[in-house]
Design a protein around this ligand. Sequence first.
Ligand code: ZN
Ligand code: FE
Length: 255
Amino acid sequence: MPAEIKLFACLKDNYGVLVHDPASGATAAIDVPEAAPVEAALQATGWKLTDILVTHHHGDHTGGIAELKQKYKCRVVAPQAEAGKIPLVDETVREGDTVSVGTLSANVIETPGHTSGHITFWFHGDKLAFAGDTLFSIGCGRVIEGTPEMMWTSLKKLRDLPGDTRVYCGHEYTLANIKFAQTIEPDNVALKARAAQAAKQIADGAWTIPTTIDEEKAANPFLRADVAVVAASIGMAGKPAAEVFTEIRARKNKF
Ligand code: ZN
Ligand code: FE
């Protein structure tokens, strides 16, 4: 049976998300910015929280763990490299591990850069990726603990997932990301279409995610550092992709 998803807002601009396995009744929260909206989502769906899967140690992804674990006795799964910075971890995972949520199964993909131990959960059966603060729609996370090269390598791993993979990310930053992306590729047709779609989604009070790998490949400059037209448009024709990526990320930081 396909996974069911409940997406909701947390804090200022974070997303919370529940993944529910109808076959077993298991329900995982992927990151828990704060407890109250997670509980509201559980109440709205009637689902019972069994697992919390953590992408990275930042407080806006882990703030709800203590309260939710106390209430639901759920299992907390976290990246091995960051377990010491995350409260109440039951199980640590790394590249190549799988995490079961009832009958659903997620592969752990290490995607460092934003933090040095950041992971992405990929539910291959349903083609769902939970990318935390690594890949955003038309953007990517700030490189805080890693290097830009590391982030570029991580993004390429996500780019290699099947094109119809639905991607959920940690924040609603899409409109701001599009504004910046248009400074890099003003003539990108897919980006123009995404700009119109996202503006309508926000005006309608809807979410701009999930996005898909194919949509991001076509319009997200951070996945396009090895596309010749992108390098050329920032005056770096022929330069290595990691250098082009580094320059795009630096420009976004100043934007
Ligand atoms: Zn973060
Ligand atoms: Fe975050």
